[in-house]
Design a protein around this ligand. Structure first.
Ligand code: URA
Length: 207
């Protein structure tokens, strides 16, 4: 784990630390800690999700792994050659991220899958550290509005200058592009807000 990852017992967010404590008692076999980023630091693409799901990434310890959203995300990454191997919904499935890294705007699982603005702000230094640690970074893919806003804040940019829109490519300057996508959540795919084709188009535009 890299030095800038949050401590396993991070207490920056009292609500999330208390939830972690409850989950450690309820689900002692789960990872139950801030989920570290996944993928090579020399990648050109950083994908930023929202937060781990209780029985997904919070259980397995790898972003999106075991979460509903991970099925579509990893299938897409494999299809476009950004990952290699097979996605088996576990952290030891041998899947390798080859050309992208994945992180979350908030590293700890939130109750009811909902983060607060204060929690996003508290986790911001970890996102900033990730961005800084990627020397060849060219594109950040934000999955959803919370991620989009967290990225802009971490980079010190105004939200009003870069309105969120699915499929948008924002030139952030300094050779960095922000690509927006609706989050690949069960809710968005079930309601038809996001189709597989719409999600794939976001990644196709990057290649
Ligand atoms: N799992 C994650 O790790 N992040 C998300 O945004 C959703 C599910």
């Amino acid at each position: 784990m890299n030095a800038w990852e949050p401590a396993l017992d991070c207490v920056k967010c009292a609500r999330l630390a208390a939830f972690r404590c409850d989950n450690r008692a309820l689900y002692p076999d789960f990872y139950n800690a801030p989920v570290p980023s996944f993928g090579p630091l020399d990648a050109k693409i950083l994908i930023v999700g929202l937060a781990p799901g209780l029985k997904g990434a919070n259980r397995t310890g790898r972003p999106f792994t075991g979460d509903w959203a991970g099925d579509l995300l990893y299938a897409t990454l494999l299809k476009f050659g950004l990952a290699q191997g097979n996605y088996g919904q576990t952290a030891n499935d041998g899947l390798k991220m080859t050309h992208a890294r994945i992180t979350n705007a908030v590293r700890c699982v939130p109750p009811q899958n909902k983060v607060t603005g204060d929690e996003v702000a508290a986790c911001q230094p970890f996102l900033m550290a990730e961005i800084k640690a990627m020397p060849h970074l060219e594109t950040i893919v934000s999955l959803g509005l919370v991620s989009h806003n967290a990225v802009l804040k971490a980079l010190g940019l105004k939200q009003s200058a870069f309105p969120f829109a699915h499929g948008a490519l924002h030139d952030l300057g300094g050779g960095l592009v922000l690509a927006d996508s609706y989050h690949c959540s069960r809710y968005n795919t079930n309601t038809g807000r996001l189709s597989e084709e719409m999600f794939e188009a976001v990644f196709k535009a990057l290649l």
